[in-house]
Design a protein around this ligand. Structure first.
Ligand code: GLC
Length: 726
């Protein structure tokens, strides 16, 4: 349908039909929907008038080819102008085949596989009738107390940007109108949600515009450059104004500066939440503020439905604001081909063929192996030898709660537990299992069994972690250690003096005191998804050499938070020179650095970095720098290494990070093999926001680093020079 036809359609619409289009309701409100749709927020006090329910332009949480076709059919029967319903859902890390959680996918540093997982998720969702996914979530995160760090790819703006692009490409493909096995993406949560004070979900966010632009907005811009069709506004304030009522954020920045012309949808209830935020007196004012600020669709509250008509008819807001929102919604429906194909990709036969098919599960297993991070391996006790008897002990030993948050349509029963994964590797006589305790409950009998199992074993594999409801939305924790009963289990079992491995199932960097100082090896498995148990067993027994690297720092203690790699130096840095000095920036009882820094992860082999050279000691706007480094696999097994490139601007108009990730390469090396890795560094990559928010680079000295993580790096220097007047 071309633009004129859409404008014609808009002209034919009544005021109520337009108001319907800007309202989104959850599945239970729709005819033909089963009531187990995805409910992800408060359902209380929603008073949608009956006529508005029929007119609501989009639904969230519906899925299944048969069900969505029925909903669409019923909807079109009631729709005077034949405007199809838009079906949106949270397909965050898989539809039914569940991939590792995004914080795990980020740890893979594998953009191709990340894109592939989004493509598969889109395919499974599209044939099941979904049109739009509320992903990627691109919030930058520095506070592991926040439950939603699990949905992010981490603490670095550049890394989050390239993952955002990969996910949007995977979800959308290049032709949404005709490729009905893709879905439109909705980048979220715009903006700054990851900086909630105290890591407490929905809490206040306070930061300068420069911080926002330099760290938190980069990945949004990247997702929009990749073509994300929608943006979702966040719950939090941005400089004192809630995002969903923030005109600067949505109109000045998103529409005017970034030229975004897609659909903006509020997060669940965020329009009505302008009232408790204290910037709207009532629902009418909330509706007026949100629409004026630029929210096109109100998700799951009733301010638009109940008040836009009177606001427009009394000229408190101009009908043009409503028309522009409805126009964008109709254009999105047209971009998805819904006017010609209202059922779009929904196809029971295709659904049966491809959802959870072996090929998709294999990709989930491969991505899970690449997302696991080997944090410690004292004495090289990993990989395990199948002749040694394994005592698998812990609340996650045979637990299918490993899909993680936002895996709605994934079935835990489909998940391969760690026990099931190991069973495929060793004879039954070589595997004994016991829970030892619950996630956060103790049991004397279980503990006694665990001790007995441990005594029978040659090696103990502890399976520990957080239940999935200890992570994700509204899953903030003030104490980020493992539950106390699990630490007690570790304490008791390590007394036996046997080689002990801890496998962790969790959605955040944990305070690992009581684990890393007790056991020999630690494998961070996150929530590894449907094929989690198989993937972890592949690693434990050496069929796969772990290559994951964390993308969010693990603190020594929650007291350090926020601790992240790209911090500023301060005026009193604690360092080697003044290591004994008291009056420097430090704690009396804890190191400043992270226990495990951004980019950290071990391998079963070892890699040597040498021949680190620059093409010149200067860089200019038209003469990029070529950076080379030789990597040698000095161990006796093949493996992958993520070679990381960082830069430091030694002097800026404003303070500059000690390190900034500017590139990375994941390479595979056979034992003894060496490869020269080359990076290009341009003047553009050295630009930053100055005090007046202008964005450009300064002449001056820089350091450049390469290494296996953000701490253990080699350093060289160069200078940026500009011809006069640049
Ligand atoms: C939730 C989440 C958001 C999700 C939406 C719809 O409250 O904040 O990420 O996409 O509601 O489920």
């Amino acid at each position: 349908m071309n633009e004129n036809k859409i404008k014609d359609l808009l002209r034919k619409m009544t005021l109520n039909e337009k108001i319907g289009q800007v309202t989104q309701l959850a599945t239970p409100f729709f005819k033909g929907a089963s009531d187990q749709g995805q409910i992800t927020g408060p359902m209380k006090d929603i008073n949608i008038p009956e006529n508005m329910i029929q007119l609501a332009g989009s639904v969230l949480g519906a899925s299944g080819a048969k069900e969505t076709k029925l909903i669409q059919k019923q909807y079109l029967q009631d729709n005077r102008l034949g405007i199809p319903l838009l079906i949106m859902s949270d397909i965050i890390h898989g539809y039914k085949t569940i991939f590792p959680v995004p914080l795990a996918i980020g740890s893979s540093w594998d953009l191709q596989l990340a894109e592939k997982s989004a493509t598969i998720a889109a395919k499974e969702a599209a044939v099941s009738g979904v049109h739009v996914t509320f992903a990627p979530m691109v919030d930058l995160v520095r506070d592991p107390r926040w439950g939603r760090v699990v949905e992010s790819t981490g603490e670095d703006p550049y890394l989050n940007s390239v993952f955002a692009k990969a996910q949007v490409r995977g979800f959308q493909g290049t032709d949404l109108k005709h490729d009905h096995e893709r879905v439109a993406s909705c980048v979220k949560h715009f903006a700054g949600y990851g900086a909630a004070e105290g890591g407490r979900d929905y809490n206040t966010v306070n930061m300068s515009e420069r911080d926002l632009r330099e760290s938190y907005l980069l990945a949004f811009k990247a997702a929009l450059e990749a073509g994300s069709e929608l943006v979702m506004t966040a719950f939090n304030t941005v400089d004192g104004i809630p995002a969903s009522g923030n005109k600067w954020l949505m109109r000045d920045l998103l529409r005017e500066e970034w030229k975004f012309d897609g659909v903006v949808i509020s997060d669940w209830g965020a329009v009505k939440e302008l009232i408790p935020h204290g910037v709207a007196e009532d629902e009418a004012e909330a509706a007026a503020k949100a629409l004026s600020a630029g929210v096109d669709i109100e998700m799951m509250t009733d301010c638009y439905a109940n008040h836009l008509q009177s606001l427009i008819e009394s000229n408190q807001i101009d009908t043009s604001l409503l028309d522009e929102a409805v126009m964008r919604i109709l254009e999105l429906k047209d971009k998805l081909g819904l006017f010609d194909h209202p059922f779009r990709g929904a196809d029971e036969k295709r659904e049966a063929e491809i959802v959870m098919c072996p090929e998709h599960r294999q990709v989930a297993r491969e991505l899970a192996t690449k997302s696991c991070v080997l944090l410690q391996n004292k004495g090289g006790i990993l990989p395990l030898h199948p002749t040694r008897k394994v005592g698998l002990i812990g609340p996650f030993a045979n637990n299918n709660d490993i899909l993680g948050p936002w895996s709605w349509l994934g079935a835990k029963d489909d998940a391969v537990t760690l026990y099931e994964g190991i069973m495929k590797k060793v004879p039954a006589s070589k595997l004994v299992v016991a829970n030892g305790c619950g996630i956060d409950t103790s049991c004397e009998i279980e503990l006694a069994k665990a001790i007995d199992v441990a005594k029978q074993s040659d090696v103990i594999v502890l399976a520990l972690g957080e239940s999935s409801d200890m992570s994700g939305e509204a899953g903030s924790r003030a104490n980020i250690q493992l539950p106390h009963v699990q630490l007690q289990l570790v304490e008791v079992l390590v007394e036996l003096g046997k080689p002990t491995v801890a496998v962790l199932f969790n959605g955040r960097p944990l305070d690992l005191h009581g684990v890393v100082d007790k056991v020999d090896a630690v494998l961070e498995a996150w929530y590894p998804g449907t094929e989690g148990g198989s993937a972890i067993a592949d690693i434990l027994f050496g069929e796969v050499n772990p290559s994951g690297k964390i993308t969010m720092s693990f603190p020594y203690s929650v007291g350090q938070i926020p601790v992240y790699y790209n911090n500023y130096n301060t005026g009193r840095p604690k360092g080697a020179i003044n290591a004994q000095e008291r009056y420097v920036s430090q704690y009396l009882d804890c190191p400043n650095e992270a226990l495990f820094p951004f980019g950290y992860g071990l391998s079963y082999t070892s890699f040597d970095y040498s021949n680190f050279i620059l093409s010149s000691d200067t860089i200019t706007p038209d003469k990029p720098l070529t950076i080379k480094v030789k990597i040698t696999n000095t161990g006796d097994v093949a493996g992958e290494e993520v070679v990381q490139l960082y830069v430091r601007d030694l002097v800026g108009e404003v303070v500059r990070s000690l390190k900034e990730l500017k590139g990375f390469k994941k390479i595979y090396l056979q034992p003894g093999e060496e490869k020269e890795v080359t990076f290009m560094l341009t003047e553009e990559q050295l630009r930053y926001y100055h005090a007046d928010l202008s964005f450009y680079s300064d002449e001056g000295k820089f350091e450049v680093y390469v290494g296996p993580n953000s701490r253990d790096v080699m350093a060289l220097s160069f200078e940026l020079r500009k011809t006069k007047g640049e």
